[in-house]
Design a protein. Structure first.
Length: 257
């Protein structure tokens, strides 16, 4: 049965708007919002705990499981609820996935972000980590909310496939040691190892913020540092680009041929 909502003061409308705008509310409710038919399609494909779908009048939706609440709303209300200026006609509410990593961690490659505040960068890195076969993504304090609307949009569906785990700098090294996974940091230091030398091996690599890099405290807990070979006249790369290069180097020996 399809319900119709027209008022901003409807309890569902108030809930969805809060979910779009408040990290604390998302975490308290255990839900997040995604926008657009592409993310709805991915949520359905990967069984991402879909709970509510709100569509503009006249929008044709794919087949939804019977437990999903289906709602129609006028365009003006969707514009009020959405995080974007030009909504794509569909909003979906999904359950937040588990926030704790498995113990012990499976052998493989992991990416760790520290202080990466831009939601677009976090989402793009998440998408890239999924493409290059990472086992998961750790977010240390100071990173953008992984389930904020801008981050979710930038993942292009990777948020439903690759796990992300909030963590702190004290817990992470012990967690990795328990799984036998060395921790490296991307850093331009004289003793940094060429990232190509660890290709294919289990590893977790920290990418820091573009302004400050990896913190000294976390660097002191790493097993080593890695550098991306580049022209001497260049000092650094955008965080998302650096992550892509490192992820590819970790992945390339796993590819056939």
């Amino acid at each position: 049965m399809i319900e119709r909502v027209t008022s901003r003061h409807n309890p569902l409308a108030e809930r969805v708007r809060k979910l779009s705008r408040s990290r604390a509310y998302r975490e308290a409710q255990g839900e997040f919002v995604c926008e657009g038919p592409k993310l709805l399609e991915e949520a359905l494909k990967w069984r991402a705990g879909l709970r509510v779908v709100i569509a503009a009048e006249g929008v044709t939706l794919p087949h939804l499981p019977p437990e999903v609440m289906q709602v129609t709303a006028p365009d003006s209300l969707l514009e009020y609820l959405a995080d974007t200026k030009t909504p794509q006609g569909v909003l979906a509410v999904c359950a937040l996935p588990a926030q704790s990593p498995p113990r012990p961690l499976p052998a493989g490659q992991y990416l760790v972000l520290e202080g990466v505040q831009d939601p677009g960068n976090v989402g793009t890195i998440w998408r890239t980590a999924d493409a290059f076969g990472a086992e998961g993504l750790f977010l240390l304090p100071g990173c953008a909310d992984p389930f904020g609307p801008k981050t979710v949009r930038a993942t292009m569906g990777a948020c439903f496939r690759l796990p992300v785990w909030p963590c702190d700098g004290d817990t992470l090294p012990a967690l990795l040691r328990e799984g036998g996974i060395p921790l490296y940091a991307a850093a331009l230091r004289a003793d940094s190892e060429d990232v190509r030398r660890v290709s294919g091996a289990p590893a977790a690599v920290v990418i820091g913020s573009e302004g400050r890099g990896v913190s000294a405290q976390l660097l002191s807990r790493c097993d080593g540092t890695l550098r991306i070979p580049m022209e001497a006249r260049c000092e650094s790369l955008n965080a998302a680009v650096a992550a892509a290069v490192i992820l590819w180097e970790l992945y390339r020996d796993k590819t056939p041929g």
